[in-house]
Design a protein around this ligand. Structure first.
Ligand code: HGY
Ligand code: MN
Ligand code: MN
Length: 416
């Protein structure tokens, strides 16, 4: 396939302005965003994305999981489209770029092709995947997972948030539940631009991450049950302190992850104690252990050791424990042809680049199971993400979108 002329570039100012405009929707309290999935803010962001796509001449498709597909026609309507996108939903204390850069980077490709009057044989579809973050509704990458056949739609619709609101009901409430069958669309390829969310690219002074693999993820929700009691009048030997058991288990999580240094990681970001009153010994603790590694057998080892250690801790304390696997996917190897398109694009345009394994999970990790897939990464300041202080430079955003443009347009085949 003929590569685009190396001087073709996206409009970095327009991309940046769109990022800043989208960031006004669902503002956080410290300069980032709180645009959680299926909230009114999510609906507002979707509407703005749809308006921009329609202004760029796209037709918008919407499936039964709320996944959005803005299609720019190709010269061959029967040719499989090239999809490009990410997610608009954010963490509760999220940044302005996680996910959003990939969705608006896809739109910027379409806007640039329109500016240049370039036609492609294959249609190009800019995509927004519903509920990538998995915060309000576990697991992460829920809708791309349904699209890839990893979850049933009924199971996804039944997922409940902390207030007991079901995913399917909330999707309908915000008015973004489409009619299209999920997963019916066939793709020539899928590309995702994303900030690294780690320190490697910035530390190595590289503009572009050529993502060859994604590390695997395991989320285990643990419920420890002890007994509520008075923190003052209950003698120490009589206590059944679920909060203490959780603390001892989390110490083990850290120890297990460190035992597989340097690539494995482990922590718990979701932690609840009940009744969470200052003078009541917690009778219940509910928390989710997040283990990750590029190697599947390491993930399995960490899961197994966690279960043995946690059962030992609660047995010694006379408490009960339950485990529930609430999310996970195996390590991913992206499509070599698509990865080469990304690497060659960076090379052609003279952007410094390095191969990298994604530390975070992405929709691309699931879509890779149903279509040739690759990712482009750009650095982020101090490697910080899932924090309102997440920051990138306009130059990094433009470089990432330039490489995305070249990889997508080469795959969609320019028609002279
Ligand atoms: O959890 C993840 O890796 C992604 O940010 N949802
Ligand atoms: Mn993301
Ligand atoms: Mn994220």
């Amino acid at each position: 396939m003929a590569a685009p002329a190396q001087n073709l570039r996206i409009n970095g100012d327009r991309l940046w302005d769109s990022l800043m405009e989208m960031a006004k929707i669902g503002p956080g309290v410290a300069g980032g965003n709180n645009r959680q999935t299926l909230t009114d803010e999510d609906a507002e962001g979707r509407a703005l994305f749809q308006k921009w796509c329609e202004d760029a001449g796209c037709s918008m498709g919407l499936d039964q999981m709320g996944n959005m597909f803005a299609r720019r026609e190709g010269t061959d309507p029967d040719a499989l489209p090239v999809y490009v996108g990410s997610h608009l939903d954010t963490q509760p204390t999220g940044g302005k770029y996680d996910g959003v850069l990939g969705v608006l980077g896809g739109l910027e490709i379409i806007r640039t092709l329109n500016d240049l009057g370039i036609k492609t044989k294959h249609p190009i579809v800019a995509t927004n995947w519903t509920n990538e973050e998995g915060t309000r509704y576990a697991p992460a990458m829920l809708s791309s997972g349904v699209f890839a056949g990893m979850h049933t739609q009924d199971w996804a619709y039944d997922r409940e948030d902390a207030e007991g609101k079901k995913f399917g009901d909330e999707l309908k409430r915000i008015g973004w539940r489409g009619e299209e069958e999920v997963g019916a669309r066939k793709m020539r390829a899928f590309f995702e631009l994303h900030i690294e969310q780690g320190p490697i690219l910035e530390a190595e002074g590289k503009d572009i991450g050529v993502v060859t693999h994604g590390q695997g993820l395991s989320w285990t929700q643990i419920t420890v049950t002890g007994k509520d009691a008075h923190t003052g009048s209950t003698p120490m030997p009589m206590r059944k302190n679920a909060g203490l058991a959780m603390a001892r288990i989390l110490e083990k999580v850290d120890e297990i992850a460190w035992s597989h240094a340097p690539h494995a990681v482990g922590a718990a970001g979701h932690i609840e104690v009940f009744p969470n009153s200052r003078n009541v010994i917690p009778g219940k603790a509910v928390f989710t252990v997040d283990f990750r590694s590029p190697e599947l057998q390491v993930i399995k080892d960490m899961e197994n050791r966690l279960r043995v250690a946690a059962e030992d801790i609660v047995d010694n304390m006379g408490l009960q424990i339950e485990f529930e696997k609430v999310g996970g996917f195996d390590p991913v190897k992206f499509d070599e042809g698509c990865v080469a398109a990304v690497r060659d694009a960076a090379e052609r345009m003279g952007y410094s680049h390095t191969d990298i394994i994604s530390g975070a999970g992405h929709d691309a990790c699931w879509i890779n199971r149903v279509a040739p897939t690759a990712m482009v990464m750009c650095p982020c300041v101090d490697g910080l993400s899932h924090n309102e202080a997440e920051e990138i430079s306009k130059e990094w955003a433009a470089a990432g979108a330039d490489v995305l443009f070249h990889a997508v347009v080469e795959t969609a085949e320019i028609v002279e």
